[in-house]
Unconditional design. Structure first.
Length: 282
């Protein structure tokens, strides 16, 4: 019959790691009933397990935002896993919160440094949940003089927004909600990269060239039409030209001007955006 102390250690090890019964038993025996050494052994196995899943694609997960009022710094991040089932679990939410707190406290200067800092959290989580997980991206933002944060988390963390306003405002949350809903890439047309504008100009030029209704128009008129077409397309990705989420009759730029307010910067993360989700089954 198993020693009572061993059974208690086994129970504690399973609770702390979420690993299987036999894995915990073997690790405890190998570690001579030293629970911390047993955890290290399980973590090593977890790292091996994670490595075997390297070909899988972690496209689910959560985004998160947290603000440190005392240090006037905010963070937005995305942590990925393989399945929506795991991303909805309490353990995964705990992981995301631990990673968020660690990065906000330590303020790593690069993604590589951030991943190294949080590697133990992911090793433990892999043991507990058995999926490939990773810190995909993060941004730390510090406020300038007089500035204030606006933040919003949508759908339980599927979308998050962190923005910097030129001053404190009751519009902070609604503006962050508008960024979440409208998916802007830039603040104004002036911020659109030249390469992106040139690509749209080329497309619009061909459209005008091939439009029989415009064939006899003077070149200067065609050029104006091209410019208007380009601005119309690009304005859809510019926050100041989009509609206010709480009143679609209001344009964001007009709302900001009326309130003497400016959006200095914004970051919007949506889980899995830009990740190819197709993966071969193992």
């Amino acid at each position: 019959m198993a020693d009572k102390n061993f059974i208690e250690l086994l129970k504690a090890l399973r609770e702390r790691t979420g690993a299987g019964m036999m894995d915990c038993k073997r690790s405890l025996i190998e570690a001579n009933n030293d629970i911390e050494k047993a955890i290290d052994l399980l973590r090593e196995k977890g790292v091996v397990k994670a490595a075997s899943k390297a070909s899988r694609i972690a496209a689910e997960g959560l985004t998160n935002v947290k603000i440190c009022d005392k240090c006037r710094t905010g963070i937005i991040l995305e942590v990925n896993c393989e399945t929506d089932f795991v991303s909805a679990s309490d353990k995964f939410h705990e992981l995301v919160n631990k990673v968020t707190d660690a990065l906000l406290e330590k303020k790593p200067a690069s993604l590589e440094e951030a991943r190294e800092l949080t590697a133990p959290f992911f090793a433990d989580a892999t043991i507990a949940m058995g999926e490939k997980m990773e810190l995909r991206r993060y941004v730390l933002i510090s406020l300038g003089e007089g500035e204030a944060f606006a933040s919003y988390i949508h759908m339980g963390g599927k979308i998050s927004v962190l923005a910097v306003l030129s001053k404190e405002s009751e519009l902070a949350k609604p503006l962050a909600m508008s960024i979440a809903a409208n998916r802007p890439s830039y603040r104004t047309l002036e911020e659109v990269p030249a390469a992106e504008r040139e690509r749209e100009v080329a497309i619009a030029t061909e459209e005008v060239k091939n439009d029989p209704k415009l064939v006899n128009k003077p070149d200067n008129v065609k050029a104006t039409i091209v410019e208007r077409k380009v601005d119309k397309v690009l304005s859809g990705s510019c926050f100041y030209l989009q509609k206010y989420v709480l009143d679609e009759s209001v344009v964001i730029g007009d709302l900001l001007k009326k309130n003497g307010l400016d959006v200095v910067r914004f970051v919007r993360y949506q889980v899995g955006e830009g990740i190819e989700k197709a993966a071969a089954a193992e």
